[in-house]
Ligand binder design. Sequence first.
Ligand SMILES: NC(=O)c1ccc[n+]([C@@H]2O[C@H](COP(=O)([O-])OP(=O)(O)OC[C@H]3O[C@@H](n4cnc5c(N)ncnc54)[C@H](O)[C@@H]3O)[C@@H](O)[C@H]2O)c1
Ligand SMILES: [Zn+2]
Length: 350
Amino acid sequence: MEIALPEGFPTRVFVEEEPLPGLLPAGPWTLVGDAAVRDAWRAAGLPEPPGALWVPVSEASKRLSTLIPWLEAWAAIPLDRQGTVVAVGGGVLTDMAGLGAALYMRGIPWQAWPTTLLAQVDAGLGGKTACDLEAGKNLAGAFHPPSTFVACRSFLGTLPPRQLESGAWELFKMALVEGDLAWAEELLAPGLPSPESLLRALRAKALVVHRDPLEAGERRLLNLGHTLGHALESASGYRLLHGEAVGLGTLAACALAESEGLGPFPPGFLARTASRLRHLLPAVPPWEACLPLLRVDKKSASRGPAGGSAIHCILPRPGARAEQKVLPPEAWRGAHARMTTFLNDPEMPT
Ligand SMILES: NC(=O)c1ccc[n+]([C@@H]2O[C@H](COP(=O)([O-])OP(=O)(O)OC[C@H]3O[C@@H](n4cnc5c(N)ncnc54)[C@H](O)[C@@H]3O)[C@@H](O)[C@H]2O)c1
Ligand SMILES: [Zn+2]
């Protein structure tokens, strides 16, 4: 099913149960895919074009040096300016293939066929493409939206449960960006999210991105849960998956919102959220390990008068859209403490 989006939106967005070959490019194309989904692609009877590359994927391989042989391979096909790159995989693969498409011949079209829940609800749509640098994640990138985005739920069948859970927190985040707690509660249930949830989250993201493609304002709302989340993810030495850290960061953002007077959230809501995150507690880094990372967050808004940084914080509100507030990194101290208390409390429902 194609999602109706405003005229001028650069990407056609589809959510399907099974992959539809008819959505692949009509003209010349090639494919770069995560080796973990090659069998599923073939089993679905999908075609493999000349020069198809199936590559091992890990965050450690998300480097410009990995990309160069892909570009050389495309040139050897040869893929010309009319060609399209089809990216099949999780967020690492779609981010890299999208950047490759942005660089190749100064930019050719690409399609995203995301195969993790995280990439289906977040990474594959919105135009951000990137590789990592030594200095940090996603520091070498470009805005280059895919021409077509196809989220096929059948690909999620082989996804490890931990990856599925992790991706679900990006959906949960979107429910809180919108302030719809009934939707957020629905997403706390285990299992594959409904197609309606996927459609709704993708449409919501697409509309935000359409209004603010370069993240000058409203798009920052999508960073809900990511401020402390990125610090937790990095300070854990990446023991926490991105989505897991976003789940924890979202819980902390709710706690911060309450302390900033934006709550309260309904009784039990934060406890129920915490109960879905409790198993992560052993990997949660202490506040002291997070603070230095918050201070150097690349999304820091400005330098404060005393040389300290001030961060755009996204604060959820029950029943209303999340709001942005610029706060010093130290503002998260209490939220981290409250998050940890919630996670520790064995009396809370599991
Ligand atoms: N561009 C954006 O706007 C944006 C947004 C959020 C995250 N990201 C990026 O996304 C990346 C994380 O993406 P991710 O969580 O999808 O991780 P990932 O791409 O590393 O995939 C997770 C694991 O699942 C495997 N896999 C993928 N699909 C599978 C399937 N269907 N069945 C079995 N295994 C499968 C992969 O090989 C990998 O081992 C990060 O690098 C992050 O920076 C980008
Ligand atoms: Zn994210």
